[in-house]
Design a binder for this molecule. Structure first.
Ligand code: FAD
Length: 410
């Protein structure tokens, strides 16, 4: 016997993308159901870096989150900029200030372990509108006329069937909805392999909590990162575009270990540090492959829609923006009582239009030979013009995050 539930909107997955969809559906007074396989708090392999897109969405939810809650929550660390480490070991810091003596305005990033950040979001679910079932993995999905029938296991172990005309697929890179649609194919050119390892005691961390990025020599389309966390901990990771790894015969785990143990720039900083776990791997579905993210009765968000920024590897902010946009499209569909693909035909345009510049840059980087790629990186980071451009752009990112509405056109 199964429990049978009916709802207008079912969200599968309560990571940042699905949680955002739920939070904004509730804000618009729309009852819905949300299922997640995991029980929160739960870990997710990630760099734990929250960019200004995350800030923008949180500010839309409630401005006091960014003004008061994050600064007063010990699990969140404000990061005032970025440190690029060039291949010859030079540190190039980008700390955002409008002029050298100005006080620091807003952090350019925050970090928070996903264990805490994702739980922070699901704790904000509005129980009046959101029926959240955790520990409930979705096993099968099928369509019965115009209604989806989604079969899951409830936390109690009982069968659970949810019937809904609209599904929001927010179940990440291994999406069960993508599999049902026959769309979970990995194109190596648009996918990256990554590793994460938490450490304690990495030395020479910046007092301004800069997020650090290092592009190791002769390893194109890859970067090593060190992101600061509270209590002397750091999130350390490495990722590479899968096509480049396959062509060059690069083994990520070997490279990661070698960089930490032998790289002249990095190794001294890890000598007295302690790893807190074995390196854990996960994939990044990059937005350079534009996936069709809608169809009859469904919308995809976040990693399920392949929305990871291809140049930075960030997918939390793009996922949360897509969750916001999906909630708006769901609202319109419910108002019109229409859930067919035609109703959602401009959804892809809305989720991808904010990523065009990064996708163009990614294609340019992929076209460079490894030698030119290395030379360009070494020349670019310390270049005053690049630094000026970065500061100028940072002003724009802050303005967008703190002042601009997220416009959604149907
Ligand atoms: C090593 C690494 C470093 C990264 N660093 C950063 C970074 O610093 N900043 C950044 O912005 N991004 C980063 N990313 C990318 C980021 O982690 C993802 O883009 C982001 O988690 C996508 O969010 P999501 O909500 O779409 O999916 P997820 O966070 O993957 O959430 C999906 C949810 O769906 C649930 N689910 C899955 N299957 C089912 C099922 N069958 N039934 C029910 N529920 C299901 C899961 O339990 C999960 O809670 C990194 C990724 C990796 C791997």
């Amino acid at each position: 016997m199964s429990i049978i539930l009916k709802t207008d909107v079912l969200i599968i997955g309560a990571g940042p993308a699905g949680a955002t969809a739920s939070l904004f559906l509730a804000k618009m007074g729309i009852p819905h159901l949300i299922l997640d396989a995991a029980v929160f708090p739960r870990d997710k392999v990630c760099g734990d870096g929250l960019d200004l897109k995350v800030v923008r969405v949180l500010r839309h939810l409630d401005p006091s989150i960014v003004e008061h809650e994050l600064p007063n929550n010990p699990n969140f660390t404000p990061c005032w900029g970025t440190r690029f480490i060039t291949q010859n070991g030079r540190l190039v810091d980008f700390v955002h200030r409008s002029h050298p003596q100005a006080p620091l305005p807003h952090p350019l990033f925050w970090t928070a372990k996903r264990l805490y950040f994702d739980e922070y979001l699901v704790k904000k679910f509005d129980k009046t509108y959101a029926d959240f079932r955790q520990g409930a993995p979705v096993k099968h999905i099928f369509r019965d006329g115009n209604v989806w029938r989604v079969l899951a296991l409830a936390q109690s172990g009982e069968g659970l069937e949810v019937r809904a005309p609209l599904l929001i697929g927010a179940d990440g890179d291994h999406s069960v909805l993508l599999r049902h649609l026959g769309e979970r194919k990995i194109a190596r050119r648009h996918y990256a392999g990554t590793l994460r390892q938490y450490w304690r005691g990495v030395t020479e961390m910046s007092p301004q909590n800069l997020i650090e990025v290092y592009f190791p020599p002769r390893l194109p389309m890859s970067y090593f990162y060190v992101f600061p966390l509270p209590n002397g901990e750091a999130n350390v990771g490495y990722g590479m575009v899968s096509e480049v790894a396959a062509k060059g015969g690069h083994k990520l785990r070997d490279i990661f270990q070698r960089l930490i143990l032998e790289d002249p720039v990095l190794a001294p900083r890890f000598q007295s540090a302690m790893p807190l776990e074995m390196p854990v791997g996960w994939g990044l579905p990059l937005a350079s492959r534009r996936r069709k993210a809608f169809g009859d009765g469904y919308l995809l968000v976040g990693d399920a829609a392949s929305l990871v920024c291809p140049t930075s590897g960030e997918g939390i902010g793009t996922g949360m923006i897509s969750g916001y946009i999906a909630a708006k499209f769901a609202h319109k569909a419910l108002t019109d009582r229409r859930f067919d693909a035609e109703q959602f035909k401009h959804y892809d345009r809305e989720i991808y239009r904010r990523l065009h510049a990064e996708i163009r840059l990614y294609h340019l980087m992929m076209a460079l030979s490894p030698k030119i790629y290395d030379a360009a990186l070494n020349w670019l980071a310390p270049n005053p013009l690049f630094q000026w451009t970065f500061r100028h752009r940072a002003n724009g990112w802050l303005k967008t995050a703190y002042e601009r509405e997220i416009e959604v056109l149907f």
